[in-house]
Design a protein around this ligand. Structure first.
Ligand code: 6CS
Length: 293
């Protein structure tokens, strides 16, 4: 497993857990179309290249760069296995801000985004997503006792003193802005450790990421003065998929075929569930539904 940029060191501590099995109650019908045989093209190019260049964010448990530079996390682990079964020997990861992933993919800097990039209609217009892989609700990291009484992004909008931190170009930034939080009270945070520090130092009043990411940070921060509000009231449950360029839909279809086989055999669950994700949640919905089809 190769990595092009080094990652962050992390510690240990206590955490709250939201079982994503509850998400599996989102009973949506799922259907898998058998993908057509893959024409020569991107997949053949990647086989010759020997690896696929993937964008990640370094946000455990979705994606993680270990201190020695190895890449893990649920999204790259699924991608490595699917690409291996497609005859592409390895993945080479680069850390990117969420908002830069799709432009980087479209510019040819990455062959795929395997980072927990949630499927939303506007993103589905720009890339070719695989079927769903990692599903999660949203969370707020706040000071113990939730002193400003946040339950939703609107609560943050309604309090003129409240500042929220979120990843640049990320879903939580968008949700905060859509809820009416003014731009100058939505603070772009580059990574999880910075978000925790900014909250501890009082530079923000809430830090928002998906539940499993916030749980991971709380565990590692080992700070009894932090609390987790999850799920954020009124925020949807999202699922990601691997994202490909629109013109690489043949590669996407081949990826989907292997992904469906792994879902059916239980191999998919074996990879993602140790990280806290629910295979049932991913298998309870489809790309079409998540893209607003
Ligand atoms: O897709 C997104 O925008 C969000 N996904 C994850 C896994 N973390 C934060 C980000 O905003």
């Amino acid at each position: 497993m190769n990595f092009m940029t080094t990652g962050m060191r992390v510690g240990s501590g206590k955490s709250l857990r939201i079982t994503l099995g509850a998400l599996a109650a989102l009973a949506l019908s799922s259907s898998f179309m058998s993908a057509p045989a893959v024409a020569d093209g991107k997949l053949e190019e990647l086989k010759k290249q020997g690896f696929a260049r993937v964008a990640i964010a370094n946000e455990p448990p979705y994606t993680e760069v270990k201190p020695d530079g190895t890449v893990s996390g649920a999204a790259p682990d699924v991608a490595r296995e699917v690409f291996k079964r497609l005859g592409v020997g390895d993945i080479v990861a680069s850390i990117s801000e969420y908002g830069a992933m799709i432009p980087g993919l479209q510019a040819g800097r990455f062959d795929a985004v395997t980072a927990g990039l949630f499927m939303k209609p506007e993103r589905c217009k720009a890339v070719a997503y695989s079927e769903p892989i990692l599903c999660d609700a949203e969370a707020l990291l706040v000071k113990k006792g939730n002193p400003m009484g946040f339950a939703s992004y609107k609560d943050i909008a309604d309090n003129p003193k409240a500042r929220i931190g979120a990843p640049g170009g990320g879903t939580e930034e968008k949700l905060a802005l859509q809820a009416g939080v003014p731009r100058d009270r939505v603070i772009v945070v580059p990574d999880g450790q910075s978000g925790v520090k900014m909250l501890q130092d009082g530079r923000i009043d809430a830090y928002s990421l998906p539940v499993l990411s916030i749980n991971d940070l709380v565990k590692k921060a080992n700070d009894p003065d932090l609390a987790v509000i999850a799920p954020v009231k009124g925020a949807p449950v999202y699922c990601d998929g691997a994202a490909f360029r629109k013109q690489d839909a043949d590669l996407r279809d081949a990826y989907d075929k292997v992904l469906a086989e792994m879902k059916a055999s239980g191999d998919f669950a074996k990879i993602i569930e140790p990280y806290g994700f629910s295979a049932a949640a991913a298998m309870s919905t489809t790309r079409d539904k998540l893209c607003g089809g």
